[in-house]
Design a protein around this ligand. Structure first.
Ligand code: RIB
Ligand code: CA
Length: 311
């Protein structure tokens, strides 16, 4: 039986690769994509999600528009990383498939209520505004969520949008605080692991060499996406953040982490959105996340490349 998932997303080139990996994997059933404002404004994340579905030959995947701003803070976007469209690097046709009429938050609530308790996994790879809004509006869904596997935060790697905060958490810290306190089984892919999943040149060329349209499109996206991080970190590629969540669902043994307590800074502007990760257990607070710190990067890219070849 495939594992039922909902991907909550702000595409973003790395979101796009995560969505493609999920759609290429028979172990997963993508019930829908719920879009949120993040890397680019909501209208563009909704457009981009449909572009990715059509690139994968999957116009049947329902795409929902969600929250267009954080719970209480102003929206911060990341065109400086992802480009004006959010999918810069290659120009793909305008999407034809429709956006669903239902709001993404209603889809999350309705689906969690309709599906068997503990049968749906949420995979948030953008700011957590949709997820937190659904939890606030319908607390009964919290116990029905099988697991949340999200990309966000950082510990020893610090932040990527401030010295303390990673983008997804920084954009909506109040939403992240709700999610991290909810008591749901929570697996976190922070910068500590995603910064070890770099798009090196041989890995990008392996994408480009794939038959069909998907591999070359992914290569063009990662060519564009990596320039910012390489300049900033002097690394030999960019961290492919969001696909780590999907790869974890497919092959968890590629990842290593620790059950720890993580709290979200929501008060100080200096450290706003910081994931305060108690890696050494000094607070004695009960663990609330499986916080991932390492992966087998070669195996991750072999899995990703092999699955993209199926599309
Ligand atoms: O900090 C990386 C995260 O922010 C990724 O999800 C990327 O897509 C952006 O949303
Ligand atoms: Ca994202």
């Amino acid at each position: 039986m495939p594992r039922k998932i909902i991907i909550d997303t702000d595409p973003g080139q790395d979101d796009a690769v995560a969505i493609l990996l999920a759609l290429a994997s028979h172990e997963l059933e993508v019930l829908g994509l719920t879009c949120v404002a993040g890397n680019v404004p909501l209208d563009l994340t909704v457009r981009n999600a449909r572009i990715v579905c059509e690139l994968a030959g999957r116009p049947d995947v329902p795409v929902f528009a969600g929250c267009d701003r954080p719970l209480s803070r102003d929206l911060v976007t990341a065109e400086y990383v992802h480009g004006k469209t959010g999918l810069d690097g290659i120009t793909l046709p305008d999407p034809v498939m429709p956006v669903q009429d239902r709001h993404a938050v209603d889809f999350l609530i309705d689906t969690l209520r309709a599906e068997a308790p503990g049968s749906v996994t949420l995979v948030p790879i953008g700011p957590l505004t949709n997820i937190a809004t659904a939890m606030k509006r319908a607390p009964d869904i919290i116990d029905r969520i099988a697991e949340i596997v999200l990309m966000g935060g950082g510990c020893f790697e610090g932040g990527n949008v401030t010295p303390a905060a990673e983008f997804n958490i920084y954009v909506d810290p109040q939403a992240a605080d709700i999610v991290f306190r909810a008591g749901v089984r929570l697996t976190v892919m922070p910068l500590d692991v995603t910064h070890k999943a770099l798009t090196t040149r041989p890995r990008i060329e392996a994408f480009r060499a794939l038959p069909g349209r998907v591999g070359p499109a992914v290569a063009s996206w990662t060519d564009f996406f990596e320039r910012f991080d390489m300049e900033k970190y002097g690394s030999e590629g960019a961290p492919l953040h969001d696909p780590c969540t999907i790869a974890y669902l497919l092959q968890p043994d590629l990842f290593r982490g620790r059950h720890i307590h993580v709290a979200i800074e929501t008060t100080s502007e200096l450290t706003m959105g910081m994931t305060v990760a108690d890696w050494w257990g000094v607070t004695r607070r009960a663990p609330n996340t499986f916080f991932v710190g390492d992966l087998d990067a070669d195996a991750f890219y072999s899995l990703l490349t092999a699955r993209l070849a199926r599309l």
